[in-house]
Write a protein that binds this ligand. Sequence first.
Ligand SMILES: *[C@@H]1O[C@H](CO)[C@@H](O)[C@H](O)[C@H]1NC(C)=O
Ligand SMILES: *[C@@H]1O[C@H](CO)[C@@H](O)[C@H](O)[C@H]1NC(C)=O
Length: 318
Amino acid sequence: MAVIKQLNRFCGVLVLLAVSLCGLNASRPAVNQELSTLFNELWQLDENRMRPGIDYNISVQGRASFVSPGNHVVQDHASLPLFSSVDENKLKNLTTATSFMKLLDNYEFSTGVAERVTAEEQTETNLFLDAVLQTEVMKRTHRYLVSKGKSSSNLRLFKNQLHLIWFHLYHRQRNTSPDSCGFEHVFVGETKSGTEIIGFHNWIQFYLQEKNSHLDYKGFKARMNDLPDQDDHVLSLQFSWHGLVKPVGSAFIGTSPEFEMALFTVIFLMNTERSTTVLVNIDQCQMELVVIRHGRALGTAYPKLLSSNSRHVRQHSH
Ligand SMILES: *[C@@H]1O[C@H](CO)[C@@H](O)[C@H](O)[C@H]1NC(C)=O
Ligand SMILES: *[C@@H]1O[C@H](CO)[C@@H](O)[C@H](O)[C@H]1NC(C)=O
């Protein structure tokens, strides 16, 4: 434990160093310290996170090749699945993950096809939000948003606010009935009229689709001198889904649905721009979190890994 603490402190120093060096590069925004502090607290509170090498194992395999958008024939640089094993007993035992998985088949795959919400689906959404609101992660998030004047302290009103941001149906395509919502886009994934994968930034959905052979992992994406490893909690990936290719998709790995919702909800409510990018340090990673609005609801949200500090430490010690 003491060794890990010291290593963490050491990493912290390296992060500061890296940040001050990056600070010379004016094009990159500064690290948001307040949100980094909050998100690290949420990271500590996330008891529903699955542990790499214990609760699940991944195999990143080869580096994916460049694919131009719209091209759906690509070379496969990963003959094996990304997820070699996931402890499903553990996953199904987590209340938020269980109610989360029930929502994954509630949506029409393609934009331009109207969403029909059945009473059963409404109940599932409600149960999911109730489960999320009971977690320490979302309780802390709620307190933060109330302290900033962005949310009501009334739990029912906060739940309505989460519902509007994540589940309010809207048009992604003109001349149709509402065909999308933030939750579907970010956590389930959809296609733009059946020709292009859009959204799809969740690891549980990735794992389940891969397991059912609807999805084929093609390899990782990373900077030339960087290699992801199996305990990274953010990855950039290339994959095909129902015959369409996503050239680069980025997702948290192992984190709980409430953790991801909490981060993106905070950024959504703390900003008013259509598109917001926040630079944060979480655990031993530096990442950008991107949030794009769709009116009063969420359009999309995803993480982009900039550096994983534990990796730099390991490289220096060789
Ligand atoms: C992941 O791999 C480790 C080491 O081989 C093993 O101990 C663990 O049980 C594996 N986890 C799962 C969910 O299979
Ligand atoms: C499931 O959850 C219960 C209660 O939280 C716990 O005691 C049990 O060990 C868990 N089972 C697994 C497989 O994680």
